[in-house]
Design a binder for this molecule. Structure first.
Ligand SMILES: NC(=O)c1ccc[n+]([C@@H]2O[C@H](COP(=O)([O-])OP(=O)(O)OC[C@H]3O[C@@H](n4cnc5c(N)ncnc54)[C@H](O)[C@@H]3O)[C@@H](O)[C@H]2O)c1
Length: 350
């Protein structure tokens, strides 16, 4: 699979380039960024460009787009026009209408769109999904999902907390992975009731705290929280509670806890997973070792998706749009004081 990278010189783009170079089933076709010097510096011998038309004139099958969200729509559209499949970073775009247009264009062109939710591949979160699906905790009743960090000091670039570029606040940043995780674990979300506030960092349009209850088609619900005021640092946590146990997945550090019982209230069996290999790699190098491994898994599933494989973990374009619909619905619920019904939300105006 010949794959190009747009936004290749960025923090994440450089990691995306590395995954393509590392993957035996992929070839780095070309890279593009805003300046030719930056693009050349990360090209690994592939052709480098700062011009979209020239970049797209290279023979390739797919692109990974790792720019800020606000420039994603024209890049996706140009890629689809050129007949290329797209793996986009999250969030798909900086507003819901743009996300819907991107998905519609992918569908019209009959091309694959991947949603960039690499946390689906974090071992602790895979374990939670696998425990639910294997019936380990009995019948699923509800989940709790949490994503947070300490907010503005965490960001490398100012644009990351400015809604006109990034889409919004905690819901669009660390929280969107957990929104996707709720959909990934529960199936489709039917209704969203929540609160979103800007009391701490006071960046207009960028909520620093959001809480919500999601109801799902399948029945179980989710309690959701995204925050930019976790003064203890970056953390994502998923807990699933069933009739015969509970399972918890957390990062960082990567950990699992599974508690099961034969009967509700009976004697419990506890299993813990601590992932020492991941912790050592992070200590010796950085969090990027874990992110890179997940990007690598995501790329290999993106290639499998294009090759026609089914039942993959990768988030598709519909999931990418759904996560943004929910990020929109939580502040909308707070503004209107009512639950937002999500069924057929994609056909409604925002
Ligand atoms: N999946 C994850 O875990 C994760 C983590 C962090 C960031 N992200 C997402 O990755 C994306 C990139 O984030 P980043 O931190 O790497 O940003 P960054 O600013 O470091 O990199 C973005 C790159 O895109 C380039 N760029 C901007 N506009 C462009 C255009 N029109 N054409 C070509 N290149 C262009 C910039 O020059 C820059 O090199 C964002 O959407 C962000 O939300 C995802």
């Amino acid at each position: 699979m010949r794959i190009g990278v747009i936004g290749a010189a960025g923090k994440i783009g450089q990691m995306r380039v590395r995954t393509i170079v590392n993957d035996p089933n992929a070839t780095l076709a070309a890279v593009m960024d805003m300046s030719i010097e930056k693009a050349k510096a990360v090209a690994n011998g592939a052709p480098a460009f700062n011009n979209l038309e020239q970049f797209l004139s290279v023979e390739m099958d797919a692109v990974v787009i790792s720019t800020p969200a606000n420039v994603r729509e024209p890049l996706c559209m140009a890629a689809f026009d050129a007949g290329l499949h797209v793996l986009s970073e999250k969030p798909l775009a900086h507003n819901l209408d743009a996300c819907r247009r991107i998905l519609a264009a992918a569908d019209t062109a009959n091309l694959h769109l991947g949603g960039g939710f690499n946390m689906r591949y974090y071992p602790a979160f895979k374990y939670v999904k696998d425990c639910i699906e294997s019936g380990e905790i009995g019948t699923l009743d509800h989940i709790r999902v949490y994503g947070g960090h300490e907010g503005l000091p965490k960001f490398v670039h100012d644009w990351e907390y400015k809604s006109e570029v990034s889409g919004g606040g905690a819901l669009w940043d660390v929280g969107i992975h957990m929104t996707d995780m709720a959909c990934h674990l529960l199936g489709d979300i039917t209704s969203v009731y929540g609160v979103a506030t800007e009391n701490v960092w006071k960046v207009a349009g960028s909520e620093d705290n959001a809480m919500a209850i999601f109801k799902s088609t399948a029945g179980p619900s989710a309690i959701y929280q995204a925050t930019w005021t976790d003064w203890n640092g970056y953390k994502s946590v998923i807990e699933a509670y069933g009739s015969h146990g509970m399972v918890r997945g957390a990062y960082a550090p990567m950990e699992n806890l599974l508690v099961t019982m034969r009967e509700p209230g009976g004697a419990t069996t506890t299993t813990k997973k601590r992932y020492p290999g991941i912790k050592i790699k992070e200590k010796l190098r950085s969090w990027k070792t874990t992110a890179l491994a997940s990007f690598q898994d995501e790329l290999s599933e993106f290639i499998a998706l294009i090759s026609g494989q089914k039942n993959l973990r990768i988030s598709d374009g519909k999931a990418a749009v759904r996560a943004v619909e929910i990020a929109w619905a939580i502040p909308e619920s707070y503004r209107t004081g009512r639950a937002i019904e999500m069924t057929n939300q994609s056909t409604k105006d925002t």
